[in-house]
Design a protein around this ligand. Structure first.
Ligand code: TRP
Length: 329
């Protein structure tokens, strides 16, 4: 851990079982970053409260997500994996940061406007403060690098500005300005071939699905909409099935499909069967590890609690410096 390049922090809401979009868009990268950085990964249960109507699945969603992350290759001995609410210092830092946050900055954010548009009847105070809580997450653990998707870029910029304001105002170096690291994400659309893969749209393919379920989902995928009949030539460039082949199939197979699809040499059903097969093959080790870890749920909770203890230790140090810098008696 000593010779790693710095600390990475990232968080995700507890959405339960992870799908291909989560894996390719975030989890795969979380795993890879462990080789270079000291990593802190957080399941942000408090953030989830800003939009959740019910909390009954919070516990199982947290467990399922942690299980998937561990099965995908997070190494809890070196990496801190924890639940946001287990380090309550984040709430204190949130309150402090809220005092130097102009309200207009929050209500101007595109992410906030989008949430209001989606849910005009639930514009709560916590929702407005979402980016302040997110900044508190990042700053509490003094992350040097934060890997996120481009949609989170305004939140990261906001956090960086807060650091500059805080450090300037209180003449301190207590907070560290984090660098944003955009995750390079292959575009993963849902099985509808239209929208981004997501659980709420039910257009997703779960990593932990059975091979049969996976095949069923893959066979229902929308391909090149211009290709109506088996005898029509297809265009792999606009086909979501082909995009996934490029990730999960061998170079030879990808080249073959690319050529054959264009001259109607291979049909969509065949092409999808091949994808289901390759996807299931790639997921064999993940699914085996997942089943093994799932034998002992207490162990997963132990990992999360141990992560919580290590997270609180870092948080305490930061808060000591923050309180001193402000001059809280
Ligand atoms: N807002 C992030 C999202 O919706 C989740 C998140 C919360 C986060 N706190 C964070 C991401 C801190 C990175 C760092 O994806």
């Amino acid at each position: 851990m000593m010779n790693k390049k710095g600390r990475v922090f990232s968080g995700a809401r507890p959405t339960g079982r992870q799908h291909l979009g989560n894996y390719l868009g975030a989890v795969k990268n979380y795993v890879a970053l462990q080789d270079e950085f000291e990593c802190v990964y957080c399941i942000v249960d408090l953030h989830a409260l800003t939009t959740l109507e019910t909390t009954e699945n919070l516990r199982s969603n947290t467990y399922e997500m942690a299980l998937d992350w561990l099965a995908a290759g997070l190494r809890p001995e070196e990496t801190i994996l924890f639940i946001q609410s287990h380090a309550p210092q984040v709430c204190e830092l949130h309150t402090i940061l809220s005092m130097i946050t102009p309200l207009g900055k929050l209500t101007d954010l595109p992410t906030f406007k989008e949430k209001v548009r989606q849910n005009p009847n639930n514009v709560n105070y916590g929702l407005v403060g979402y980016p302040v809580l997110m900044a508190a997450d990042i700053l509490l653990y003094r992350a040097s690098v934060v890997p996120v998707g481009v949609d989170q870029s305004p939140h990261l910029e906001f956090a960086r500005e807060l650091v500059r304001t805080f450090n300037y105002h209180f003449k301190t170096q207590a907070l560290v300005e984090p660098a944003t690291r955009f995750t390079e994400v292959p575009k993963v659309l849902g099985i509808d071939g239209q929208q981004k893969m997501g659980k709420s749209l039910n257009n997703h393919i779960e990593l932990a699905a059975t091979p049969e379920e996976t095949q069923k989902r893959v066979l229902s995928m929308v391909t090149d909409p211009q290709r109506q009949r088996r005898t029509d030539a297809g265009n792999p460039d606009v086909c979501n099935v082909f995009s996934l082949h490029k990730i999960f199939s061998s170079a030879d197979e990808v080249a073959m499909i690319n050529a054959e699809c264009r001259k109607a040499g291979i049909g969509c059903v065949d092409c999808k069967k091949r994808l289901a097969h390759d996807l299931n093959e790639s997921l064999v080790p993940f699914r085996a590890r997942r089943a093994e870890i799932d034998q002992n749920p207490d162990r997963v909770w132990e990992i999360l609690h141990d992560g919580g203890r290590r997270a609180r230790a870092i948080a305490d140090e930061t808060m000591r410096d923050v309180r001193a810098a402000i001059g809280l008696p």
